[in-house]
Design a protein around this ligand. Sequence first.
Ligand SMILES: [Zn+2]
Length: 63
Amino acid sequence: MMEKLNGETCIICEQQKQNGFHLYTSFICIDCEREMVQTDTDHPLYKFYLQQLSKVSQKQILS
Ligand SMILES: [Zn+2]
């Protein structure tokens, strides 16, 4: 796992990050995870996060 110098592409920010975790087959970076936790559910960004996350679970269902 440490050999991956470029990390993985985060499904939320769509950037290559080294640190994060896997949700189903997708990768969420630690920065986005932290942001999500801190974002108020009334905040517009929260909807964006949910939207990105729903893409993940849809992909999972279809595969
Ligand atoms: Zn991210």
